[in-house]
Design a protein around this ligand. Structure first.
Ligand SMILES: [Ca+2]
Length: 42
């Protein structure tokens, strides 16, 4: 069964949704994806 798609983006669930620039399913800053799912440069 497929995972139910919920219409609420959740950061760090591993899926890039909504306004998330990225989602690496982690919360480490400085790895290219911030804990708030914004793309980091550098
Ligand atoms: Ca997400």
């Amino acid at each position: 069964m497929a995972i139910t798609v919920v219409n609420v983006p959740v950061c760090n669930d591993g899926l890039v949704e909504g306004s998330e620039g990225c989602d690496d399913q982690g919360n480490a800053a400085g790895d290219g994806c911030s804990p708030t799912c914004a793309v980091e440069v550098g």
